[in-house]
Design a protein around this ligand. Sequence first.
Ligand code: SAM
Length: 291
Amino acid sequence: MVNVFMQPIASAPMVRRLLQEMNLSPNKLLGQNFLICEKTAQRIVQAAKINKEDNVVEIGPGLGALSEHMAKSAGYLGLLEIDMRLHSHLYRLFADNKLVEVMQGDALSFDYILYAKNKCWEDYLLVANLPYSITTPLLQYILLKGGPWRSLTLMMQKEFAYKLLPLSGKAAASPLALLMQYYGNINELFAVSKECFYPRPQVESIVIQITRHKQALFAVKNEEQFTGFLKAAFSHRRKTLLNSLCISMGQDAAWWREVFNSCGLGENKRAEQLTLAEYVYLFTTYERQLI
Ligand code: SAM
């Protein structure tokens, strides 16, 4: 790897210097807040627990703050960056390293399943300092179409994470939170202050990790349809769950009452009151009733 300056990329002088050299100003729309704290970069990479046998994909490598560490610890590292200018920089940075692949592309449409298949990977670790504006669609995309990921180590906006995840012992109350529980165990790792980024964001961040269940806790036939069902359940939060499903999924109230009764669910339940297990049961009963 050719980091000719022998300074960590995650430092204010290096980030400024690289941006200046490329005549590049951070793109707000792409969530370009670069890490300038080397300690944090190292902590994230350590948290991902990468070994020489591991394959890693990083989404949004930016200037390479995390990538330069992962390139040393991973067996193979795929970098997926949307910004052409950063892609060229990364390409030069890792030109000498055959075990790092720099790709230009959109993480929201990348074919992770095919990528892993072509590389004959049994599984891989995904690491990202996420562009905040696409956190929700990206998480959903990775969960459903991310292929054989083993863990996701992600930095995201703190406020967003607290709304989304069953952290601090609180029940999760969103389709995405339920979907995450479906796939794995979620852990909050550590907070990262806004001072650690250039440009400085308005908000604090945290690093979380989702470790995939070794054996699925539940198995629905079609996970995309299950996701649609969860979204329908939460689509009218002021109404009861039964009414919300009635409006969004079709069928009349009497039909849904029957489904609820056979699941042993009260008709006045609200979307946020059901556990994942109850949702899986409700969904499979709904599917059976349709036949
Ligand atoms: N990993 C670097 C770091 O920690 O300093 C940069 C993180 S920055 C918060 C987010 C990065 O994601 C930027 O490099 C941005 O260009 C990239 N990005 C934004 N949207 C993307 C997308 N849809 N697909 C791939 N990369 C994306």
